[in-house]
Design a protein around this ligand. Structure first.
Ligand code: PLP
Length: 418
């Protein structure tokens, strides 16, 4: 077994950090190309909400655009404005606004906004008059998720409000859209087909009111990859852009030709030998069964490692997988390495991988999701602000694509996030 050098990162060029997330921007671009091919002529919107699923919204947006995405999608207006502030001019759709929210900045920044109710259409018209611009709206219909979107009953009112504002020149209806409930689940393919039919019916209703926008969109990552009928004019792909399978039941990331872009790495802070019968970590939920070597990994729930990973979270070290011994603390976890040759070779400063591409037998975010009973979306997205993101790949070195990069490879936005 060979371990990494213990005092500096490979090449010695980068500062030694306790823990960091490496984000491969070339993988983001390559995954986007896979989605573009799957989308079969539909445009690709890369969804970069929640700080790009924890990867860094601006960096991911640039890499996805380099990979052929032509739209960006976010939940909040502030997320859209962050992209604009970074100089990104591609079309951006923001889909989660609340009554009373000021939409002026969004309209002024040419951000498309979704409306599920006439109230939002009216607020957009107000913002348009205030800015002297035409607001761009996507009308959302609920086709079965029962989350956002107007019900079939309320849809004609929404369409009429939009038609009126459009006639006045206050806004332009750019798209009609909806969101899928279970495209990841082969057992619910009937529901996915029904949602596509309901969106088509809603578009017919809109057409009868004179609202015939250029775009219809429905698919998320799972829809894009598994349901041709949902691709329409534009697909909104999130998780697959990051190289994580949207539908583990249908296939792994590798099966789908996707490469996980994020690896969570850390360096062992301490390695020490203890006797049999020693309680490990808070509450002594774990006790050593033999004389053994313990290793301290400097990440914890303060960094986004789920506390539910106590006793089950997998960690890769030297080509082997270990499980977290005892409780996950705020800042650290402990591994019980045993006392074999691999354990004896372990040194403080050695690099561990909590999750990544899965190369060399190390765990993936999907392995973490399976271990703690969640989805890989949550594992990557919950990664905390304390963990610096290190951008790698040719795109990370392209200055035009990464003006935020600072010497050492740790992004300025990652270090001083928000
Ligand atoms: C998050 C989100 C997406 C992306 O979903 P993935 O499953 O990550 O591809 C698409 N559309 C909407 C409305 C979303 O909220």
């Amino acid at each position: 077994m060979t371990h990494e050098p213990t005092t500096s990162a490979p090449g010695g060029a980068q500062p030694v950090l306790p823990a960091w997330a490496e984000v491969d921007l070339d993988a983001i671009a390559a995954n986007t190309r896979v989605l573009r091919e799957s989308a079969d002529g539909a445009a690709v919107m890369a969804v970069v909400k929640a700080d790009g699923y924890g990867h860094g919204a601006v960096q991911v947006a640039r890499a996805a655009l380099a990979g052929g995405a032509t739209w960006l999608g976010v939940a909040h207006l502030a997320e859209a404005l962050e992209l604009r502030a970074a100089g990104i001019s591609a079309p951006v759709l923001a889909w989660l606004v609340v009554p009373g929210q000021d939409l002026t900045a969004a309209v002024a920044a040419d951000v498309d906004v979704s409306a599920s109710a006439p109230q939002t259409v009216e607020a957009l018209a107000v913002a348009a008059r205030r800015t002297g611009r035409t607001a761009r709206v996507h009308l959302k219909v609920d086709t079965g998720l029962s989350r956002g979107g107007a019900t079939a009953h309320d849809w004609p009112d929404l369409v009429r409000a939009a038609a009126r504002a459009q006639a006045e020149g206050a806004l332009e209806v750019v798209g009609l859209w909806s969101h899928l409930a279970s495209a990841d689940d082969p057992a619910q393919d009937g529901l996915t087909r029904l949602q596509a039919e309901r969106l088509a019916e809603a578009a017919d209703v809109a057409g009868r009111h004179g609202v015939r926008p250029p775009l219809r969109h429905l698919a998320n990552s799972a829809g894009t990859l598994a349901h041709p009928a949902t691709r329409l004019d534009l697909v909104r792909a999130g998780i697959a852009v990051y190289g994580v399978s949207p539908a583990p039941q249908r296939g792994s990331a590798a099966d789908l030709g996707l490469v996980p872009a994020m690896s969570l790495r850390a360096r062992l802070a301490l390695v020490k030998d203890v006797d049999a019968g020693e309680g490990v970590s808070y509450g002594h939920a774990y006790t050593t069964s033999a004389p053994t070597r313990l290793a301290l990994v400097p990440v914890g729930y303060g960094d986004g490692v789920p506390r539910h990973a106590s006793d089950v979270g997998p960690v890769g070290l030297g080509g082997r997988r270990y499980r977290i011994a005892g409780r996950v603390c705020m800042d650290q976890v402990v591994l019980d390495l045993g006392e074999d040759a691999d354990a004896r070779a372990a040194r403080a400063g050695d690099e561990v991988e909590l999750f990544g591409t899965g190369a060399g037998g190390a765990p993936t975010a999907q392995d973490w999701a399976d271990a703690v009973g969640t989805i890989a979306y949550e594992i990557v997205t919950r990664l905390g602000a304390r963990v610096p993101r290190r951008y790698v790949g040719a795109l990370a070195h392209d200055h035009a694509l990464a003006p935020d990069a600072v010497p050492g490879g740790v992004s300025a936005t990652a270090v001083g996030r928000r």
